[in-house]
Design a protein around this ligand. Structure first.
Ligand SMILES: [Zn+2]
Length: 245
């Protein structure tokens, strides 16, 4: 081989190598771009679908709660306590596993009196006590705390129960017929709404041994009768909810 031939041979060789390298680099760049594009697409789809799903789920939940909210409920007034550490701490209730029934142990007081007493604790700092609902001797019901928040009524069960305080006329703690009927209707509705049954309905006495609600601690058979009435009421509410949907 002559010197010039050799030179052009080498030149060709290196040119080929350069072109090949360039082609390979282009190929890699294309692959990386494609991979990047596909990844972005996947991330976007997952993000979009996830958002849509969450949106759909919260809407379903809201619809269910709306439907269940007042169908089958007894009439009641919402007069919420102001958020304060003595009666409405504003702590979220993480689950509802039961309903606790109480009596006020304050003969002759009305539902409103008791609600106002709870609310006044924010200034008096006398003690820490409250209840989600209070039922008066005429059967009137006042809601003091949303069912999404903790009330100070049932000691160790504050964290997973709703509470109902009942007014009474005298020391025996007997409920009037009106109070009793409202209690059955309210308890039945709450059970249906939160997926509970009568075995989840307890007395304050069952938590701490405190004589509360006095009449039903003194008369356990009457308490059993009450639970039967709650069972019947749950079925009644279920019927109303079915009819309404
Ligand atoms: Zn009690």
């Amino acid at each position: 081989m002559k010197k010039t031939e050799m030179n052009s041979y080498e030149e060709n060789y290196w040119q080929r190598r350069r072109m090949e390298r360039r082609r390979r680099r282009r190929q890699i760049r294309r692959k990386v771009l494609l991979l990047f594009g596909v990844s972005v697409l996947i991330v976007l789809s997952v993000w979009f679908a996830g958002g849509k799903f969450t949106e759909w789920r919260s809407r379903q939940r809201l619809l269910r709660a709306d439907n269940a909210s007042f169908v089958g409920a007894p009439p009641f007034t919402v007069d919420l306590l102001e958020v304060n550490e003595y009666s409405r701490p504003g702590t979220p209730l993480k689950e509802i596993n039961g309903i606790v029934v109480h009596y006020t142990a304050n003969p002759g007081s009305t539902a409103q009196n008791n609600r106002d007493y709870f609310n006044g604790l924010k200034d008096s700092h006398e003690t820490k006590v409250s209840s989600h609902f209070v039922i008066g001797i005429d059967g009137e019901i006042v809601q003091c705390i949303p069912s999404t928040e903790v009330a100070y009524a049932s000691n160790s069960r504050n964290d997973d129960t709703l509470s109902i305080e009942c007014c009474h006329q005298d020391e025996t703690g007997t409920f009037t017929q009106e109070t009793y009927l409202s209690l059955v209707r309210l308890t039945g509705w709450l059970c249906q709404r939160f997926g509970l049954d009568s075995s989840d309905v307890i007395r304050h006495y069952d938590v701490t041994g405190k004589i509360c609600p006095k009449y039903y601690v003194d008369h356990p058979q009457e308490w059993e009768k009450f639970l039967q009435d709650v069972d019947a009421q749950i079925k009644e509410v279920e019927k109303e909810v079915r009819a309404a949907s």
